[in-house]
Design a binder for this molecule. Structure first.
Ligand code: ATP
Length: 429
């Protein structure tokens, strides 16, 4: 059932000459060493979809490391070996890289474990992949350069827009594929094939997500957060029960998604208008704050431990809950200092997440508060206050007082205000 299609014409039309020359050379090296060489996976899929993707993954039948070293020498690139997987990478001076692997099959001793690897043929190498759309190869050796290799009806699925696993145990062996199915479905606007969908749901309901390390799940989840259709993916993950298994003890609700959408929108605004506050912000954290704030402590604790969240995460959830209560007492007439008092010691992520929970009527005021505080400075500092004989905690209190007054436009001259303030203070004691 091997199908071969000549797609050289498509390649010439679509792939920039720079990469075409490289692919031809990679094929020539294979022929010189008597090894079949293929470009595989996402590159092939995206070429057939006419989508730009020049991440080149090479698979070699034979000794891939010998091939990679040979190619590195001829192309004058650096070669980095990952010997345990019979793979390596070529690094070009401009940062471009090519991954090279020896054709392999993977087998799983236990479900959801990392696979054991065995050297093999291109057919088996393609069969171990996640979905048929990702399981095609293009041969690069000179004689057959540009021949599409399709063992499993992959091109047919790609043409019809279908996400299909290649064997029934696929989701059980690697449950991260559950998330990958959603990601590709939403990215390409494809459909998950019926039987694949049944098996996906079975794997979810039978607790296979829980068998994967938090790190691998987080990685795949973050890839979803980096796509354009985040909302649709999350809603589907909610409906299929995936989120309930990723974040145990919590429950998916449409309202949580709506909150997160507001946060995302606000985050876009931040990046455009006050980029300073996007420093070190992680979408994964924004999501979890929005998602877990009103859940029982157990839910927060579970995700905290499973996904290696920052130390301050649990405490931040408490701060968030309290701040939401306070902020929603404000109105359009509230002053900047009212906001300042509530969010003063918030980190960037909390400053953004807040936006998902505040009333629409104060959102504009909150935005202008952030703009205001962004380039806000005082002329005086603690030393100025201490030089007037004030000591200890009081210094900070006075400084803060002046800061709030200035924020609200109630002070013209800080120094004068400080002098008067201290005079009044001394007279009162
Ligand atoms: P993207 O366009 O998002 O980079 P990609 O298909 O290139 O998509 P990668 O995660 O870079 O995705 O993986 C490269 C290839 O490796 C895939 O096309 C697929 O064939 C294979 N692959 C990746 N992850 C898995 C997995 N969990 N199980 C099986 N095959 C996988």
């Amino acid at each position: 059932d091997l199908h071969k299609y000549n797609i050289l014409k498509k390649m010439v039309e679509f792939i920039p000459p720079k990469y075409m020359n490289l692919l031809r050379l990679l094929g020539i090296y294979g022929s010189e060493l008597n090894m079949p060489v293929y470009v595989v996976g996402g590159f092939v899929r995206d070429l057939l979809l006419s989508r730009k993707n020049f991440d080149i993954d090479i698979v070699v039948e034979g000794d891939g490391l010998k091939y990679a070293k040979y190619a590195a020498r001829n192309l004058r690139t650096t070669f980095v070996e990952h010997s345990e997987f019979h793979t390596g990478s070529l690094f070009f001076k401009d940062g471009f890289r090519i991954d090279i692997a020896t054709a392999r099959t993977e087998y799983y001793e236990k479900p959801a474990d990392l696979p054991k690897v065995e050297l093999s043929t291109i057919k088996k190498d393609l069969y171990r992949r996640d979905f048929s759309i990702n399981a095609m190869a293009i041969k690069l050796n000179s004689e057959e350069f540009g021949v599409l290799i399709d063992f499993f009806g992959c091109k047919h699925d790609l043409d019809r827009g279908i996400i299909k696993i290649l064997y029934n145990l696929s989701f059980i062996e690697d449950p991260t594929r559950i998330l990958r199915a959603i990601r590709f479905e939403k990215r390409f606007n494809f459909k998950i094939e019926n039987r694949t969908l049944e098996l996906l749901k079975d794997a979810v309901n039978n607790g296979y997500i829980e068998k994967v390390t938090g790190m691998r799940l987080r990685e795949e989840f973050e890839k979803i957060l980096n796509e354009r259709n985040i909302t649709e993916s999350i809603d589907e993950m909610g409906k299929f029960g995936i989120l309930d298994h990723l974040f145990l003890y919590s429950q998916y609700k449409k309202s949580k998604l709506e909150t997160f959408e507001k946060v995302l929108k606000f985050y876009q605004w931040i990046k455009k208008n006050v980029p300073k506050y996007s420093y070190k912000v992680k979408l994964f954290h924004l999501f979890l704050y929005s998602y877990l704030v009103y859940e029982e402590e157990q839910a927060a604790l579970y995700s905290f431990e499973r996904y290696g969240l920052p130390k301050k995460f649990l405490n931040n959830l408490e701060k968030l809950k309290e701040a939401i209560l306070q902020l929603n007492k404000l109105n359009t007439y509230s002053s900047y200092s009212d906001f300042y008092k509530i969010v003063e010691n918030f980190d960037n992520e909390l400053l953004i997440v807040i936006s998902g929970f505040i009333k629409e009527e104060i959102k504009d005021k909150y935005k202008s508060y952030l703009l205001k505080i962004n380039d806000f400075t005082l002329e005086i500092d603690g030393k100025d206050i201490m030089s007037l004989g004030i000591k200890g905690k009081l210094v900070g209190v006075i400084l803060n007082e002046i800061k709030m007054k200035k924020l609200d436009g109630k002070i013209q001259n800080e120094r004068e205000y400080l002098m008067n303030f201290v005079r009044g203070f001394n007279e009162s004691i």
